[in-house]
Write a protein that binds this ligand. Structure first.
Ligand code: PGA
Length: 242
């Protein structure tokens, strides 16, 4: 595990963007695992501005997003489809047919999960999986549970997740109660995992996930078993690590 701590958001964003850009420069056909939420926004902004300087291209790359809300139209401003287009896809040259996001509005969600897993399998291994972490230790939308599911599946969102994500909606009641998420088996199969965490409110969960017992009660703790885990933290999120 390689933990890097930054004293400014700007430096953290630069480091995150450089890791992603470095991968597509050396491996143009890279398969990227992408994340949404508040955490990666600054990294995507930096990546877009470096891309616009002509430093690298995504024209041969492929991407898979971690998750999508169930029952939210793609056009809804809080869908992860809308998020990815606003923050990244609209600004870069990644071909639309290779920028994959689960379809949260699929008539048969189970079939959609199977389709998504087939697409990931066909692309081979995910080279770099970008991840945030929930206050309860979720990764993607793999919530704490007695057992975790390997592949893509429909999940009931935890109360804590609904509350945390209510900030993006008019009220907590508007947050979709379910999502389609990549499973932890798929996440852990990525060649490299890039976990990014910001803020004092995440210091406890960072400490628990990276130094506590490996348990499905804290899905992010499974990352301790990954051979190539890179963690980017601001100094607030790193506050409980010695
Ligand atoms: P956040 O979400 O980046 O909006 O804090 C992270 C997560 O829930 O995985």
């Amino acid at each position: 595990m390689n933990i890097l701590t930054f004293d400014s958001n700007e430096k953290l964003n630069e480091a995150g963007a450089n890791i992603i850009a470095g991968l597509v420069q050396t491996q143009p056909k890279a398969v990227l695992g992408l994340a949404t939420g508040g955490t990666p926004v600054g990294i995507y902004e930096r990546l877009v501005s470096d891309f616009k300087r002509g430093l690298f291209s995504f024209s041969q790359a492929t991407s898979f997003n971690l998750d999508e809300y169930v029952g939210l139209d793609k056009k809804h401003p809080q869908s992860y489809y809308a998020y990815m287009h606003e923050h990244l896809f609209h600004h870069i040259d990644l071909p639309a047919e290779r920028a994959h996001i689960p379809n949260g509005n699929a008539p048969d969600p189970q079939a959609e999960c199977e389709r998504y897993d087939r697409l990931i399998a066909d692309a081979g291994q995910i080279d770099l999986q970008l991840l945030g972490i929930g206050h309860n230790g979720h990764i993607g939308f793999n919530e704490p549970a007695h057992a975790l599911i390997r592949g893509t599946h429909v999940v009931d969102l935890a109360e804590e997740t609904l509350k945390a994500n209510a900030r993006f909606f008019d009220s907590v009641d508007e947050v979709p109660k379910q999502a389609i998420t990549m499973g932890v088996g798929t996440i852990l199969k990525a060649k490299t995992i890039l976990l990014v965490v910001r803020g004092a409110d995440k210091a406890d969960i960072v400490h628990r996930a990276l130094t506590g017992p490996i348990t499905t009660d804290c899905p992010a703790s499974l990352l301790q078993t990954h051979p190539h885990l890179v963690v980017l933290l601001d100094k607030e999120a790193a506050g409980k690590l010695s």
